[in-house]
Write a protein that binds this ligand. Structure first.
Ligand code: SAH
Ligand code: SF4
Ligand code: F3S
Length: 465
């Protein structure tokens, strides 16, 4: 018999899992779903790594020495397990995510401490594979598209949703068919797959019924989502957003990450017609140089991107943009880099992620000549980041004195405060009496910092959590 509260079996001290998550929001979502699957099979979650019977790392492979870092972390876990074994305990070590997918069998060979290597398409098999691993087998499961993992994972758990607060992720699309020459995602996550409308709507309804007010739809290439809509017509992400706008309880919608080539008219129309679709769009351009964009296989020019931004701004004039940039792609000249600086100056971003190019094993760019000298790439990165940071600060300052709609999310660090989220994701510190958690309230912004905004009446000394 299972205890209905703890899910533990009679006479069986409950097994505890510690999960460490790296990488993108899709990994965050996957970790939550794995946690649900483990809870359903009797595990409790712990924040104390030393108390864990199962240590699960959900890894990311996107940049720099990711693989080496995972191996060095496994080395530390091995020591931790040895100490536990000396004290009569034990610990299972499981590696999930994109490094697990990329390394596969190699990980079992190189790291004898690892019990289970599981790729992102196999998470629904996690409890079953763990049972096998406990029997002494060392297991690698990195197949693609065997069955629909989300349909086979338990639905998000009510308890977790409640603890998780008013904003939630929902993965609607996985994988990528774009094959940008620098990127590992098409190899670690496989081909593009869209979840069905019925599955997405059911999950959104369940989340909303449990108190979620803001939903962020996720996909490596989320605006390539498509599926058979209600009534049999083919839908794209725009139509899906219109449908989700009808889910009772939801107040805000977002989606990330998008590719410029997949922004279609219906999606732009959603920005025009759906006030609950937040006026904030992450639309990476990577470079402003047409030559480099071509070598990256991005399938658009700088001018195409700027025209697209104009169309989106026509639909939603107050939309704020964020982006991703890579500097030092093989062959990037000073003139190419100046094109990137120019496109940033032209578009104007309120937030951005910028990186030095890092060669990823197995990608076409990793075999290209003309690697940019690291000192040159570093200097370019610093110039770009200074420009992006100044644009961000100008935007934050422009909000001072304005009334802004904020979703109240959680208690603040100091008594009498709450933390809320602006339409542009910037946290806002606001007084407790502004509203209940889950409410959208209008507050006057009176101060701006690098990472937070201050609403009228909130203690000026404080910062957001
Ligand atoms: N699907 C998204 C991005 C996924 S990866 C898109 O199409 O833009 C997130 C970001 O990591 C990328 O936008 C890119 O800027 C960065 N990135 C990916 N591979 C990289 C590499 N090899 N070196 C440096 N940055 C990289
Ligand atoms: Fe990677 Fe390009 Fe796909 Fe984005 S669109 S995940 S950068 S291959
Ligand atoms: Fe990293 Fe994989 Fe996401 S490589 S960015 S965890 S898709």
């Amino acid at each position: 018999m299972r205890d209905p509260e703890t899910n533990a079996l009679d006479g069986d001290p409950q097994q505890k899992v510690f999960i460490k998550t790296y990488g993108c929001q899709m990994n965050v979502y996957d970790s939550e779903r794995m946690q649900d699957a483990l809870t359903a099979s009797g595990y409790a979650t712990t924040d104390d790594a030393s108390a864990a019977d199962l240590y699960l790392i959900n890894t990311c492979h996107i940049r720099e020495k990711a693989t080496e870092k995972v191996y060095s972390e496994i080395g530390k876990l091995k020591k931790m397990r040895n100490a536990k074994r000396e004290a009569g305990g034990d610990m299972t070590i499981a590696i999930a995510g994109c490094v697990a997918q990329a390394e596969g069998e190699e990980m079992i060979r190189r790291a004898p401490a690892v019990d289970l290597v599981i790729g992102p398409q196999a998470y629904h098999n996690l409890p079953r594979l763990l049972e096998k691993a406990k029997g002494g087998a060392r297991i690698v499961e990195t197949g693609f598209g065997l069955d629909d993992k989300f349909a086979n994972l338990p639905a998000p758990q009510e308890k977790r949703v409640k603890a998780g607060g008013v904003s939630a992720f929902l993965t609607v699309q996985e994988g990528c068919d774009k094959f940008c020459t620098f990127c590992v995602v098409p190899y670690t996550r496989g081909a593009e797959v869209s979840r069905s409308v019925a599955q997405i709507v059911a999950e959104a309804e369940k989340l909303a019924a449990n108190g979620v007010r803001e939903l962020t739809l996720l996909g490596q290439n989320v605006n390539a989502w498509h599926g058979a809509g209600e009534g049999g017509r083919e839908w794209g992400l725009g139509e899906l957003l219109f449908r989700l706008a009808d889910v009772p309880g939801l107040k805000r919608l977002r989606y990330t990450t998008s590719h410029p080539a997949d922004m279609d008219d219906a999606l732009i129309a959603a920005h025009r017609e759906l006030p609950m679709l937040m006026p904030y769009l992450h639309l990476p351009v990577q470079s402003g140089s047409d030559r480099i964009l071509k070598a990256m296989n991005r399938r658009h020019t700088g001018a195409d991107y700027c025209r697209l931004i104009d169309r989106i701004r026509m639909a939603r004039p107050d939309i704020a943009l964020s982006g991703d940039f890579i500097v030092g792609f093989p062959g990037e000249t000073d003139a190419d880099f100046e094109d990137t600086m120019r496109i940033v100056a032209d578009v104007g971003y309120v937030a951005a992620y910028s990186f030095k190019y890092s060669p990823r094993p197995g990608t076409p760019a990793s075999e290209m000549d003309l690697m940019v000298d690291d000192a040159v790439a570093q200097a370019r990165l610093e110039r770009l980041q200074a420009l992006l940071a100044s644009q961000q600060q100008v935007f934050h300052n422009s909000l001072v004195g304005r009334d802004v709609e904020v979703l109240v999310e959680k208690p603040g660090r100091e008594a009498g405060q709450r933390i809320g989220r602006s339409p542009w994701l910037i946290p806002v510190v606001l007084p407790e009496n502004s509203g209940h958690i889950g409410d959208v309230v209008s507050v006057r912004i009176v101060g701006s910092g690098r990472n937070t905004l201050q609403a009228e009446g909130a203690n000026a000394r404080s910062r957001a959590a």
